[in-house]
Ligand binder design. Structure first.
Ligand code: ATP
Length: 513
């Protein structure tokens, strides 16, 4: 898909989310608050289903993982120990003409992605020209344009990596200048110096000014797990290796919050910290890397839309880190991070709190600070990936069109729509009887307004996997039609078997098979 088409499609997706009650701009009657969103009646169902699916996959299916729910507010020392007060920074740069602010590292990454795109385009052009005789490998190794761009990319990548590692802000600015990056708004290359910017939001606690102390809104949920390590260890009967999982809000004062719900200042993370014996962390890192990729595939994402990306610069706490990236319409971007966090967090909390955060390993007959492998996935980014992946405008054989959301049945906001063919002859009453049975197990939707075709389209647009239609035959032989969203095929089944069939079709186990 061309860039322009992807941009148009993404705009369509954003409008669709609003029109069908998935996502609304926050406080819209006051013209909204930049990069803050509310989830509507269908959005919350999808978000809840997704987080429950993650919880089941991680906590319910693993004997050695338990969950907690820590508070958003934490003792301020937490963020000193975790390194966030001193090191949770992004390099920012302003364009002097547009007065727009950017992340310097993101400007460089985008420019590097453009060079990669150029190489890809060159290869596509040649593939068209040479047809079957085209040898892609050979072309990439010999074409002078490709080689020149590859060399440019290598040089920039090395400079970029060094600048990040050495925290060299002057060099970051120089790379932007050398790459001739222009501000997309003003079109000029009139840049300020690069400065560091701490991403934590702070607020005051206490009702009387004198008592007030600055505290932070947590920028990640992980620290709530680390400070509860001992509590869980002492009360859960878990032995190492074991994990603690948590889902919750996190807050970051992102310099550039955009691309809809992809990067917002308030978001939700689903995190799991896995505590292991030191020296075994790379094994577990490999294990969770594979397990988490499998989980993303279980959401129906095709293999070619998911990628691993090894970090150029490791975070201050990590000795290995990989992202799982998803191909959004606006580019291939991080959806989950998997980090080997060493004993960084527990050790620092131990030092600052004076509490011993250690584990006695009976097999080794010794105490140690466990190492940690973290999996951290954005709930909102996964939500967005599901919508982008499932959104489709389809031309039908009869020339008409429909928009559908191909969401996995077990995640769909509404599982079954129950529709009387007409609003008379006792059909609504019969349909309501079915609704009243199925509603105990699933989120159902009853609709009798408009033609049946229009009602099907409305359900397709919110991703409802199945529609049950009650017609005159239902009154004679107690059967209904069950329509499949994707194939639009209808099968006639008896009401007696309905519950079991629907249960099987929307079972979350289907995702993990
Ligand atoms: P990025 O490089 O995109 O800012 P990150 O590497 O800082 O992300 P992590 O700290 O690894 O992100 O957080 C884990 C996950 O939390 C991310 O993979 C992402 O899904 C989610 N996440 C992080 N920041 C945001 C945000 N501002 N808005 C929405 N989700 C976010």
């Amino acid at each position: 898909m061309s860039k322009e088409n992807s941009t148009n499609q993404f705009q369509e997706i954003i409008s669709h989310c609003k029109e069908y009650g998935f996502i609304f701009p926050s406080s819209e009657i006051y013209e909204g608050l930049s990069a803050v969103y509310d989830y509507g009646q269908n959005g919350i169902e999808l978000k809840n289903n997704l987080q429950q699916y993650w919880w089941k996959s991680m906590v319910q299916l693993h004997e050695n993982i338990v969950g907690i729910d820590a508070a958003i507010f934490m003792h301020p020392k937490t963020w000193k120990a975790s390194g966030h007060v001193d090191a949770f920074m992004d390099p920012l740069i302003d364009n002097k003409d547009s007065k727009k602010r950017y992340r310097a590292d993101v400007l460089i990454e985008d420019a590097m992605a453009k060079i990669e795109e150029k190489i890809e385009k060159e290869a596509e052009k040649a593939a068209k020209k040479f047809g079957d005789s085209f040898n892609r490998e050979m072309f990439l190794q010999t074409n002078p344009n490709v080689l020149r761009n590859k060399e440019k990319l290598n040089v920039i990548e090395t400079r970029f990596k060094n600048a990040l590692e050495e925290n060299n802000l002057t060099e970051l600015r120089q790379i932007i200048i050398d790459l001739e990056i222009a501000c997309p708004i003003s079109g000029t290359k009139n840049w300020t110096e690069v400065r560091q910017f701490n991403l934590m939001f702070s607020t005051e606690i206490g009702s009387v000014a004198d008592e007030a102390g600055t505290i932070y809104l947590r920028p990640e949920t992980a620290q709530g797990i680390f400070v509860n390590f001992l509590n869980v260890l002492n009360t859960s009967r878990q032995r190492i290796p074991f994990g603690i999982a948590q889902i919750g809000k996190a807050f970051r004062n992102e310099i550039v919050a955009r691309q809809f719900i992809f990067r917002t200042r308030e978001f939700e993370q689903m995190e799991m910290q896995f505590f292991v014996r030191p020296g075994t962390e790379m094994e577990w890192f490999k294990h969770w890397k594979a397990a988490r990729m499998k989980w993303h595939r279980s959401l129906g994402f095709p293999e070619n839309k998911l990628k691993f990306y090894d970090h150029l610069k490791l975070a201050h706490y990590a000795n290995a880190a990989v992202d799982i990236q998803f191909e959004y319409p606006f580019g291939i971007k991080e959806i989950e991070g998997i980090h080997s966090r060493t004993d960084f967090d527990l050790k620092n909390h131990q030092e600052l709190s004076g509490k011993k955060l250690q584990y006695f390993d009976t097999e080794l007959n010794q105490s140690y600070t466990p190492y940690v492998v973290e999996t951290s996935v954005g709930l909102n980014r996964t939500f967005l990936a599901l919508i982008c992946n499932g959104y489709e405008n389809q031309k039908l054989e009869d020339g008409s069109e429909r928009t559908l959301l191909r969401l996995p049945a077990f995640l769909a906001p509404v599982k079954i729509a129950i529709l009387p063919l007409v609003k008379k002859d006792g059909l609504p009453e019969k349909a309501r009887e079915i609704f009243d049975v199925l509603k105990f197990d699933h989120k159902c939707f009853y609709d009798e307004k408009d033609s049946i075709g229009k009602r099907y389209r409305r359900q397709d647009a919110i991703g409802t996997p199945f529609c049950i239609t009650v017609d005159h035959q239902t009154l004679e032989d107690s059967t209904v039609t069950l329509r499949d969203r994707d194939t639009m095929q209808q099968e006639r089944i008896s009401i007696e078997r309905l519950q079991q069939i629907v249960n099987e079709k929307v079972d979350w186990r289907n995702g993990l098979k």
